[in-house]
Design a binder for this molecule. Structure first.
Ligand code: EPZ
Length: 420
């Protein structure tokens, strides 16, 4: 297993191109199961999770031609309807095939995703919504099996604005008989990207980006001749935070500032100079990092996927900051590793009380999940001395060419095999 070694203390400077969004690419690729025509999708990031969904789609019967970031997908017939444990255990987002398989082929069998480092993450809302649309659901031997002649339009109220539940039910409703209304729907930009892809394929979806989405079911959809995945706002947010924590100056090309309003607000609050232009966002860090209080919330609130990165940044603030995680019940595991680097953080329930310190010191640390690993990379870039991060396979799931991108900005970030 690889690990990453970082020599900290350099001010990062320059420009980085943002990649396509993992959390848009996964549902859009799952949605290709719905269309009988040729799907041409571009700006697909080179990530481990994307390779996993490629294996899953191929396993189900899709023909995929991948030319770098440009893929052509044809799903003319179902080879089989099962998403096996071997694949689902490596990526929970595999549950995104539930809706499209049930809607188009009338059956799906998907391994139930187990627990996750950041929380229990049940899929009860996905299943309750499909049941409301008339699906028969059985759970046994660790698998959920679904059968439906044809899904029926329904009014579905989500207890929580779950992102992938909204996406799964929106895909299912695309081929349902009648109109479906999803209330308390997720408003994340990735949901909008999926809806725009589906509409490009012939679906009739409106209200995406709001908390009420209406889907008029159609008999079939064709394919999208051309669709580009949106830029990754969390990757962009990570590089913006890197500029702040290293007191550097970085232009993130290709990101959409409107997707990052809550993040930019907090960066400005702590004193980072932010410049926006049609091509991207520039962040210029300052010697003094001011304190800030943050509560993670569903979009357009402060994203939980940026919480860990800000924990690293605010560890160096002048004064005290408070971070409250409200979306996932166990997403503060990176705090213990930051403490090993000299951070002064006290946890009470799902709240972290941070007393800013003047400096962090490099140390061997361990990544527990994707965004926790990004947090440790940022802490390592700011710390004095060397930091070694193990279990970096978490990073590869969601950050494209991370070492190269940071090295181009002047960071000393190298990847090593575990035994070297
Ligand atoms: C999506 O996960 C993202 N993943 C996550 O990004 C992100 O953290 C999360 O949304 C929140 O923004 C993808 O898009 C592939 P949720 P998702 O359902 O859809 C509870 C990353 O780092 N819930 O919105 O799984 C759940 O337990 C990843 O890129 C239920 O109780 O998140 C959580 O507490 C991590 N029952 C809350 O809702 C359900 O059926 C929000 O989860 C579904 C969810």
């Amino acid at each position: 297993m690889d690990k990453i070694r970082i020599k900290g203390g350099n001010r990062l400077k320059g420009e980085v191109q943002v990649s396509g969004a993992k959390n848009a690419a996964l549902p859009v690729l799952a949605a290709t199961l719905l269309g009988s025509g040729e799907q041409r999708i571009s700006n697909i990031p080179d990530l481990r999770d994307v390779l996993t969904i490629k294996r899953l789609l191929t396993h189900l019967g899709a023909e995929i031609e991948a030319d770098g970031q440009n893929w052509t997908v044809r799903m003319s017939a179902l080879k089989q309807c099962e998403a096996p444990y071997e694949l689902v255990k490596t990526m929970r987002a595999s549950v995104l095939v539930l809706g499209p398989l049930t809607a188009r082929f009338g059956e799906a069998k998907v391994s139930l995703p187990g627990g996750c480092a950041i929380g229990a993450r049940p899929i009860n809302l996905h299943l309750a919504g499909l049941e409301k649309m008339g699906a028969e659901i059985k759970i046994e031997h660790g698998y959920v099996s679904i059968k439906a002649n044809r899904l029926q339009g329904a009014r579905i109220y989500l207890d929580l604005p779950s992102v992938t539940a909204t996406e799964n039910l929106m895909m299912a409703a695309t081929l349902a008989d009648g109109v479906t209304v999803i209330e308390n729907a997720a408003r994340e930009p990735e949901v909008t990207d999926l809806a725009q892809f589906l509409n490009r394929c012939g679906a009739r979806i409106r209200g995406f980006g709001t908390d009420v989405i209406t889907i008029e079911g159609v008999d079939s959809i064709d394919g999208a001749t051309k669709f580009g995945i949106m830029p990754d706002r969390i990757e962009a947010g990570t590089y913006l935070t890197a500029a702040a924590v290293t007191r550097g100056d970085i232009f993130i090309r290709g990101c959409n500032p409107r997707h990052l309003d809550a993040v930019l607000l907090k960066l400005r609050e702590i004193g980072v100079a932010i410049g926006e232009d049609p091509d991207g966002v520039r962040a210029t860090g300052t010697a003094r990092i001011g304190p800030a209080d943050i509560t993670t919330l569903p979009y357009p609130g402060f994203p939980t996927d940026m919480q860990a990165q800000f924990m690293a940044l605010l560890s160096l603030c002048e004064g005290s900051s408070v971070i409250t995680e409200t979306v996932f019940e166990n997403r503060l595991t990176h705090v213990a590793e930051l403490r090993r680097m000299g951070a002064d953080i006290n946890i009470q329930g799902n709240t972290a009380i941070i007393k800013g310190v003047r400096r962090l010191s490099g140390a061997p640390v361990m990544a527990s999940d994707l965004r926790a690993s990004a947090c440790l990379v940022l802490a390592g870039l700011a710390a004095e001395g060397e930091t070694e991060i193990s279990r970096v396979y978490h990073l590869d799931r969601g950050y494209e060419h991370l070492e190269k991108k940071f090295s181009n900005l002047g960071g000393e970030v190298t990847r090593m095999k575990q035994n070297s």
